[in-house]
Design a protein around this ligand. Structure first.
Ligand code: GDP
Ligand code: MN
Length: 381
């Protein structure tokens, strides 16, 4: 789960990481009031889960209340690479002397958190040459120690007078990273002000979704409006869902099977629209939930239901599908491939049901050819 800048800064403040004073706003009037409270100049910042807001015009400096209101009006509703700005953050402007980059990321291959520091901050970190980024893996059992901060600071060649406060900030960011079950904590830019204060001017925090159950305060920060509606729906229903760009909806039991179904559909000339792993689920409620998520994507012209019966029995899945079709109105054709435990009986149950939108197939390839043809017909209609 990605946090918005202001939510990240809230965590920063709680962990003693210096951040500028700011207020949240959703209307130009609120922004004006917030700015007057904070004192001028202020910076109006679009709150969207995407970087490069500065370049996109989503960050503006205001020297008085009128300007704050005008800028807020321009930024709210703005489209930044596909995301509509609905919230803004009004912040006391900082006097920037230098921009650095600091981050803690989870390095899966090393199985350790990796702390990074660079004197080349402000810009896109991908554009910074490798050798300009100091890196240090932290042993999670030992933690981040003061000498780690000093080593990174020397290696990154930051200004000598701020080595201590920058090291201290990295230590606090590391503490936050651990405490919040984060996968990423990134500060770009990490600034030094004219009077040599070290401040986090931007915040990007990603929290491990699997840890949200023990991070209730962070889970509360989830912003439903900023998320893809289908993904949000899937999350609420506890199914694994990935949205894609085509017209064939794919549903299967087991991640491996679902992934290979994607390949087979692509091989048959189709484009998957999304895929959903229902796990071992064969119950009608689970199938209803899954179909509702898949079909809420208007692009879906046909659905492929690919089930390999192991512990899950195909006859149960077939009954589940029929019950689901009684509960929801499905307009698009559904191809069901049943293979494995009780597959013959499963196919017989579906055939006997005589539901016009149901088609059955015995093999994955046959099912894929069928669903691709049906999706084409649907798209042409
Ligand atoms: P991003 O573009 O989405 O990464 O947003 P940032 O929060 O990193 O801001 C982008 C740039 O805007 C920064 O690198 C600064 O150069 C500038 N900026 C942001 N806040 C301030 C501020 O308070 N004062 C000044 N002078 N510049 C700012
Ligand atoms: Mn930034």
């Amino acid at each position: 789960m990605d946090l918005l800048e202001y939510q990240g800064k809230q965590l920063f403040a709680e962990h003693g990481v210096p951040v500028p004073q700011g207020r949240h706003a959703t209307t130009p009037k609120e922004a004006r009031a917030a700015a007057e409270e904070l004192g001028f100049p202020v910076v109006i910042k679009a709150q969207v889960q995407i970087g490069g807001r500065g370049k996109a015009g989503g960050i503006k400096l205001a020297k008085d209340a009128d300007e704050a209101e005008t800028h807020a009006e321009a930024i709210i509703g703005m489209d930044i690479r596909g995301l509509t700005v609905q919230e803004i953050w009004v912040e006391q402007a900082s006097d920037i002397a230098t921009e650095y980059y600091g981050a803690v990321v989870f390095d899966r291959s090393a199985r350790k958190p990796l702390v990074m520091l660079s004197a080349e901050g402000g810009m896109d970190i991908e554009a910074v040459p490798e050798e300009k980024i100091a890196r240090l893996h932290v042993d999670p059992l030992v933690g981040f120690l003061p000498f780690h901060g000093r080593r990174l600071a020397f290696e990154a060649a930051i200004d000598a007078d701020v080595i201590r406060p920058v090291g201290a900030m990295l230590a606090k960011l590391y503490d936050l990273f651990v405490a919040a079950d984060a996968m990423l904590v990134e500060v770009n830019p990490l600034i030094v002000t004219g009077d040599r204060q070290v401040v986090a001017l931007d915040a990007k925090v990603t929290v491990d979704d699997n840890a949200l159950m023990r991070q209730p305060a962070v889970a509360e920060m989830r912003n439903p409006s900023a998320e893809d509606p289908q993904e949000q729906m899937a999350k609420e229903r506890g199914v694994t869902y990935v949205k894609l760009d085509g017209e064939v909806g794919i549903l299967g039991n087991g991640a491996g099977l679902v992934m290979s179904t994607l390949d087979v559909v692509a091989q048959a000339g189709g484009r998957p629209a999304n895929f959903l792993d229902v796990g071992g689920g064969a119950k009608a409620e689970e199938i209803v939930a899954a179909l509702e998520v898949l079909l809420s994507d208007a692009k879906v012209k046909a659905v492929l239901f690919n089930i390999f019966g192991g512990i899950t029995r195909c006859d149960e899945v077939a009954r589940g599908i029929l019950q689901a079709l009684e509960q929801i109105d499905v307009q698009v054709p559904i191809v069901v491939r049943l293979d494995g435990t009780n597959d013959q009986e499963g196919r017989r149950i579906l055939a006997d049901a005589d539901a016009s939108q149901l088609h059955t197939a015995k093999t994955m390839l046959e099912a894929a050819d069928m669903v691709v043809a049906l999706a084409r017909e649907g798209a042409a209609a």
